[in-house]
Design a protein around this ligand. Structure first.
Ligand SMILES: [Zn+2]
Ligand SMILES: [Zn+2]
Length: 231
């Protein structure tokens, strides 16, 4: 589905209803996250549906190094030749040199994501490792988006803002599945950092909100975020 002009949302039930986003700014495609499937077929189908080829993907940007978002990254890097961008705190997990930090083993709502939480705790599901080409930081621009350093869910967690579309891509800082929440508590590595990040994201005048798990909100993003944060 098109969350806003040129912002295509792709999802799958595995990986906690995980979502990735293909952005078309007219000069090439920017991919944010890579879904769960190792063969990336859902992303490639969306590229094809736009009348484009894999080589039209110019940038592969990762919000953070959790398995659900890394499924297709190795395959897509190979097919597209596009550079992969991530924060340096996540890069050595993506390259397979370090495992993702274990999250709590205690169950927290929403309980239906508990199997994923246990999987992350025990480092069960592996992704195909690849090298990150560029470390990115707050304020960097990649294609049409501006990088926002939004740690808390993980130490190098990134969010992105496409100002012309008033679209915030919040990664796992916010989710809309199984219900709208300010992140899944059982996955949160640093709640204090997370709250600071959320306040910053809520200050943006976002209309559209794309999240790592669940469908995008296509209107009223900032109002919804602020209401959840300050109620
Ligand atoms: Zn995550
Ligand atoms: Zn996630």
């Amino acid at each position: 589905m098109e969350a806003a002009p040129g912002i295509y949302s792709m999802g799958q039930s595995q990986g906690g209803n995980v979502h990735a986003f293909l952005l078309d700014d007219g000069s090439g495609l920017t991919l944010i996250d890579t879904l769960f499937d190792v063969d990336a077929h859902r992303i490639l189908a969306q590229v094809q549906a736009l009348g484009k080829t894999a080589q039209d993907i110019k940038h592969i940007v990762l919000t953070h190094a959790h398995r659900s978002h890394l499924g297709g990254v190795a395959r897509l890097k190979e097919l597209t030749g596009a550079p992969v961008y991530a924060h340096e705190w996540e890069a050595d997990i993506i390259s397979g040199d370090r495992r993702a930090q274990p999250v709590s083993i205690l169950p927290y709502p929403p309980y239906r994501v508990y199997p994923l939480q246990v999987g992350l705790n025990l480092d069960i599901a592996k992704h195909v490792p690849i090298q990150v080409d560029h470390f990115v930081h707050e304020g960097d621009r990649i294609g049409p988006i501006q990088v926002l350093f939004a740690p808390g869910h993980s130490p190098g967690h990134l969010a992105f803002y496409w100002s012309e579309r008033r679209a915030l891509i919040a990664g796992d800082a916010v989710c809309t599945w199984p219900t709208f929440m300010l992140g899944w508590k059982g996955f949160m590595l640093n709640e204090k950092q997370h709250q600071v990040s959320l306040r910053r994201l809520a200050e943006l005048d976002a209309e559209v909100l794309c999240v790592g798990h669940g469908e995008p909100l296509t209107s009223g993003a900032a109002v919804t975020l602020r209401a959840a944060l300050y109620r």
